[in-house]
Ligand binder design. Structure first.
Ligand code: DAH
Length: 340
């Protein structure tokens, strides 16, 4: 038996482990529940009583040697077995697994940043809206065609008809109801219209609404704010022009064109040789609209504007088919990685 113990001791001392699997083999062979040392303890039963103490002591020593060897092996040999985890963990991850922001998110954020710089806050409202916030409070007469089923998605909620908002102008009502001037806010969000989907129209798209109410806010303030926006968004050379228009909630109202971003106003097929591209609607907030939200229209005046995010994206990225923005085509989305 002494011989046997010595042999095992030698084997323990000369054992070399290349990796963690070898260390585990060592543990099982010598210290496992069916291992060699356990086997020696079993043999102890057959040893005459007078030698039991001596042999027992020797096996205990052997176990201590095996345990400290095991600890040493664990400490010095940390190499993992698994091929995969042998990779250098400090290596950078593969760049191609990084996603990209959606072009509409990029443009939305750009618009937000431009207005934040001049003191506008960001406000949001619900996409499922009631008639009051989407239409009535904005001075839409009851028979106005925009309320027609053609344009608006209605949802029947019990006896009440609610709608998917058709524009983010509904948020300006909510802001006015809950705040007194001065108010300076923009409201980005998704809007819905009951339109057949084509390259030029979609049943949902995105807008950014702007609202500025204070004492003595004038049309000149509106023009200057929009010129600032156009230059920030399209470059220092950008010009704007305002054309008279109509919206129930503003008076006077205008549509705003920016000088063509492709030909700089010289005329090309994108601007249909006019040199101008339409980008938004705007106007001075109609006094009725202020009063509907409990704002004193004698003391305060304000301007509002609303722009389509897809429209701005079309002009910046020259992507003209509206449908591609919601098709989730990776080949399209990957092209915006550099914009991160
Ligand atoms: N809500 C309008 C639309 O969806 C856009 C708009 C025009 C918003 C004029 C305004 C505004 O705030 O003053 O077509």
């Amino acid at each position: 038996m002494i011989e046997q113990i010595q042999k095992i001791e030698e084997e323990i001392e000369t054992f070399n482990a290349k990796d963690t699997s070898d260390i585990e083999k060592f543990r099982i062979r010598f210290l496992g529940s069916k291992g060699l040392i356990k086997g020696l303890y079993a043999l102890l039963r057959e040893v005459p009583n007078e030698n039991k103490k001596e042999f027992g002591q020797k096996i205990n020593d052997l176990r201590t040697i095996a345990e400290s060897k095991l600890n040493n092996l664990k400490g010095s040999n940390k190499k993992p077995v698994n091929k995969k985890s042998e990779e250098d963990l400090s290596k950078p991850t593969r760049a191609d697994s990084v996603g990209s922001h959606h072009p509409l998110s990029i443009i939305k954020r750009e618009i937000e940043d431009i207005f934040k710089k001049i003191g506008f806050s960001i406000s949001e409202g619900p996409e499922i809206e009631d008639d009051w916030h989407n239409f009535s409070a904005l001075n839409f007469p009851p028979e106005h065609p925009a309320r027609d089923m053609q344009d608006t998605f209605f949802i029947q909620k019990g006896k009440e008809e609610i709608a998917l908002r058709t524009h983010t102008s509904s948020v300006q009502v909510r802001v006015m109801e809950n705040n007194q001037p001065p108010i300076r806010t923009i409201s980005p969000g998704r809007v819905y219209r009951n339109e057949a989907i084509s390259a030029r129209a979609h049943c949902f798209f995105h807008q950014v609404e702007g609202l500025y109410i204070d004492e003595n806010v004038s049309f000149a303030d509106l023009k200057q704010t929009l010129l600032y926006f156009a230059k920030e968004m399209f470059g220092e050379k950008a010009e704007i022009r305002l054309r008279p228009s109509f919206f129930p909630f503003t008076e006077p109202s205008a549509e705003v064109d920016v000088s063509c971003t492709i030909c700089n106003g010289k005329g090309c097929n994108v601007c249909k040789y006019t040199g101008w591209l339409e980008i938004l609607g705007c106007g001075m907030v109609y006094p009725n609209v202020l009063e509907s939200s409990n704002i004193d229209s004698k003391k305060y005046s304000g301007f509002a504007f609303g722009m389509g995010v897809e429209r701005i994206a079309q002009l910046k990225y020259k992507v003209n088919d509206l449908r591609i923005y919601s098709e989730n085509d990776i080949r399209f989305l990957n092209q915006f990685k550099s914009e991160l």
